[in-house]
Design a binder for this molecule. Structure first.
Ligand code: F6P
Length: 547
């Protein structure tokens, strides 16, 4: 969007005006504010009323979405146009969950839906055969443990969902994740496992990611140290990749390779065979429910007018807070143990997608795009970093996420948890003025001198924005919808900021430099002349490593 346009300038002027107003006043002025500023989709509710947004702001933001041609781009995405312009790829994670229904989606004149159905069927067969105890390890015993080896999108999505849906675990199949090339992780994961009953999934879209290949080799050696038989690899290793040749070169049997496609971004890939560990954990039928939940959100996103379109609204509110009101961070605060990895997952989804500073044409962008995404379980955060959220000098908009039902029945826990969530969104909004603080301290009969000293410290300015997302329970269907809600939010923001949300060139330089430095860490090799800090650090490492 042109930041010199009249519309953009109106939004900037609106932001300046809004700095003088308060969210709680907007509630006082409009008793219908919650009804007007919340959206319900099936069992999921998005309340965005606690943002510093008036009707006029909302209108301007919707105009921004329209003039950025969000609807046109949305169709381009769903219909398979190559909107990943820097890699000349379609962006079709939505096709993975459209569940066929006779629909056709073409990439380079091929209807991809046939391949999608084929891979889904393969996933179903594997899942069912493991669950039925038919897939046997080298000694004839059934599989008990699944170990997914992958990083980034080949780890975070599947692991987040596995953790979130642990209640749906089937047949005591345990799923473990190895992502870190630090060998402490693989050592810790493999230590208690019986190699006769482990199935490894080497999950890598490119099959070139060093962390994953290093771990996969170590896992293979671990297996062979017990089986003493090369052919056992076929019984214990499957791969998910878009690079079949590399997987075969690694030694994975062709029939054990599950295909994904270059039109699925790694961070949007849990709906493909990258989601195999999820299906193995919760069963294929529940995996299909997850897909259906995402499909529900896709349908909502594709067909609902912008005014009541949840992903569009979430995106616009985020752009308002970030680009126009100047917050450069977004806290993700789940109040549900199941969702403990959700902010880590969104960190990749949002920051790898929209952490960019040039537009689709490669021109410098003169405004803020995607900010820092951070957070953790809200109730734990209350006792750690909420001080900063309430009284820090930066304003960090927060998304509170929770489920009404809790999978456990322990008395009093869920009510306490939810009361805290509701209270936090209220406290961030209303704050507490100096006058109120003084009244409270007076009521406690504190001496005036003590009141004067303490008052300023206890003031909460409030006026801090938040969204709240509630669902009836963390079920596969709701979780699918929740993830897709954020995926489409990311898409809409990318369109409005005019960036390509589907590449990640920013991760390449570090990889390249690490490859250059790797040989220099070898005691036999010299450290090349370069900046003195890097030389000093490597020098220290090599000295210590010797001892
Ligand atoms: O380095 C970043 C990245 O390419 C992510 O985008 C991706 O999810 C991750 O690495 C893993 O990539 P792969 O699945 O190809 O191993």
């Amino acid at each position: 969007m042109n930041s010199k346009s009249t519309l953009w300038q109106s939004l900037e002027a609106q932001a300046q005006d809004s700095q003088q107003s308060r969210i709680d006043t907007l509630f006082d002025e409009n008793p219908q504010r919650f009804n007007q500023y919340s959206i319900r989709i099936n069992n999921l509710l998005l309340d965005y009323s606690k943002n510093l947004i008036s009707d006029q702001t909302m209108q301007l933001l919707l105009d921004l979405a329209k003039s950025s041609e969000v609807e046109l781009w949305r169709e381009k995405m769903f219909s398979g146009e190559k909107i990943n312009v820097t890699e000349q790829r379609a962006v079709l994670h939505t096709a993975l969950r459209s569940m066929g229904a006779g629909s056709k989606v073409y990439v380079d004149s091929t209807n991809i839906m046939d391949e999608v159905s084929f891979e889904l069927k393969k996933m179903e067969n594997l899942t069912k055969s493991v669950h039925a105890g038919e897939w046997k390890g080298y000694s004839g015993k059934p599989i008990k443990d699944i170990v997914n080896i992958g990083i980034g999108g080949s780890n975070l999505g599947p692991q987040m969902v596995t953790e979130a849906l642990s209640k749906y675990q089937m047949n005591d199949i345990n799923v473990h994740y190895i992502s870190n090339v630090d060998s402490q992780q693989i050592a810790q994961v493999l230590r208690p496992l019986n190699p006769e009953q482990v199935l490894f999934i080497v999950s890598s879209k490119t099959f070139t990611t060093k962390e994953t290949l290093t771990n996969a080799k170590t896992a293979r050696n671990w297996l062979l140290a017990y089986s003493f038989d090369e052919s056992s690899v076929d019984k214990h290793f499957v791969a998910v990749t878009a690079n079949q040749e590399a997987a075969i070169d690694f030694g994975i049997a062709p029939q054990n390779i599950y295909h994904m496609w270059d039109w699925v971004g790694g961070r949007f890939s849990l709906w493909s065979a990258i989601g195999l560990p999820i299906a193995l954990h919760i069963g294929f039928d529940n995996f299909v429910e997850l897909l259906k939940g995402a499909r529900d959100m896709d349908n909502h996103f594709r067909t609902t007018p912008l005014e009541t379109n949840a992903p569009v609204i979430l995106a616009l509110v985020g752009i308002w807070n970030n680009t126009f009101m100047g917050s450069q961070a977004q806290a993700i605060l789940p109040y549900n143990q199941c969702l403990h990895m959700f902010s880590a997952y969104l960190q990749q989804a949002e920051m790898e997608s929209n952490g960019k500073s040039v537009n689709r044409e490669g021109e410098h962008i003169p405004y803020h795009t995607g900010g820092t995404i951070w957070g953790q379980l809200g109730i734990n955060g209350q006792h750690a970093f909420y001080q900063f959220l309430h009284q820090g000098t930066s304003i960090v908009p927060a998304d509170f996420i929770a489920a009404v039902e809790n999978p456990t029945a322990a008395k009093g826990h869920q009510e306490y948890l939810m009361a805290n969530l509701f209270a936090q969104t209220q406290a961030l909004m209303t704050g507490i003025s100096e006058e109120q603080v003084r009244e409270e301290l007076n009521a406690k009969s504190l001496p005036q001198e003590a009141i004067d000293k303490l008052a300023a410290h206890k003031v909460h300015q409030g006026n801090r924005p938040s969204n709240t997302i509630l669902m009836d329970k963390v079920s596969p269907r709701n979780l699918g919808a929740l993830i897709a809600l954020y995926e489409h939010k990311i898409f809409v923001q990318g369109i409005i900021w005019e960036i390509c949300s589907f590449d990640q060139w920013g991760v390449e330089l570090g990889k390249q430099l690490a490859n250059n430095l790797l040989p220099q860490l070898d005691a036999a090799n010299e450290v090349e002349a370069q900046d003195s800090s890097t030389m000093g650090l490597i020098g220290f490492y090599k000295d210590m490593r010797k001892n």
